[in-house]
Design a protein around this ligand. Sequence first.
Ligand code: ADP
Ligand code: MG
Length: 404
Amino acid sequence: MLRTFESLGSLSGKRVVVRCDLNVPLSDGVITDDGRVRASLPTLNALLNQGARVVVISHLGRPKGAPDAQYSLAPVAQRLSELLGSPVTFAADTVGQGAQDAVAGLEDGQIAVLENLRFNPGETSKDGSERRAFAEQLAAFGDAFISDGFGVVHRKQASVYELATLLPSAAGTLISRELDVLERLTEKPERPYSVVLGGSKVSDKLGVIEHLLPRVDSLLIGGGMLFTFLAALGHKVGSSLLESDQIETVRRYLSAAEEKGVEIVLPVDVVVAASFSADAEHVVRDVDSIEDTEFGASGLGLDIGPRTAQAFANRIASSSTVFWNGPMGVFELAPFAAGTKAVAEALTTVDGLSVVGGGDSAAAVRALGFNDDQFGHISTGGGASLEFLEGKSLPGLEVLGWQQ
Ligand code: ADP
Ligand code: MG
């Protein structure tokens, strides 16, 4: 059983370290999607209302174990203060003098954000004793620990795993809510159940297919990974994203799906571009003639085509349970956003449970003008939700008492 934070008793007057996932997309220091900050509010508000002294820790981006100004959490602390409607102290380091002063200065019902965890090599070290040493420094700031960074629960990192072993610890409301939804996807989902996969991390996402095949009715493939599927069927894919070493695996999935009566729905057309840019020339081609354009073998498939988008939308709209991870195309460039938009639109019409998972997928639906409440749930964790669906053990949840 996952320990919920009510199990810690009253936290009034206590120092509570809260691991949030405030890893938001930034462009020139400006937050382009504050979804993860907003998702952290319920736990933080509950603690502040109880009169706890709240110490927020998080990572941002992938700095290399040392301070790097472009990954500072300062703009995030600022945004958090606006959303909370109250002051937030920002500490310019994570466990140094700045952090110590910030924590010591907290009064009941006040909150501080410490600088990026990943400015310290101990956070992501492969060496458990280094992680533990860093976690001990963090543990010194709290009387209790609340883990609420759902996006990182699949990582065995100091602030996710070791820290939880050093203090009385429990899950925050975001993690509880995320798990409720994911459990509905794995335990008796209402049928028909469709899963839509896209995005760019092809080999990362292939693993989930194996686990999902016996559980779903259809699997719709878009995004960068579709080209590995097309190549497995013998199609030429030009210069599109392709993982040749995964072609055999994909062939196995295709025949396993046929045996199990699961439909793997592949695109019938794609948008082929001359180059990777918003003003690139582009045309729609059937999947068997991707290289048959004026761009030849240098053509890049950057989105699913309109006939595919329509077919995917129909399939999604007639499902009772839908999980979607990974944009259908390079939605960041307007000419290649239509596939992603069509899929998002279809999810909003699902009569049942619709779940969007993944940092870029969540950012995509918001950038395309959708509201969070048009979906059943927008998960803050891409990798974490996929690994959950794969049935993998998630160290950051197990340390909180949870078992699959
Ligand atoms: P998520 O964060 O939702 O899990 P990913 O990180 O796997 O998703 O993938 C998101 C990225 O995939 C986006 O930046 C998008 O531009 C890219 N992408 C989608 N389709 C393609 C494609 N056909 N070629 C190259 N990149 C793609
Ligand atoms: Mg991503």
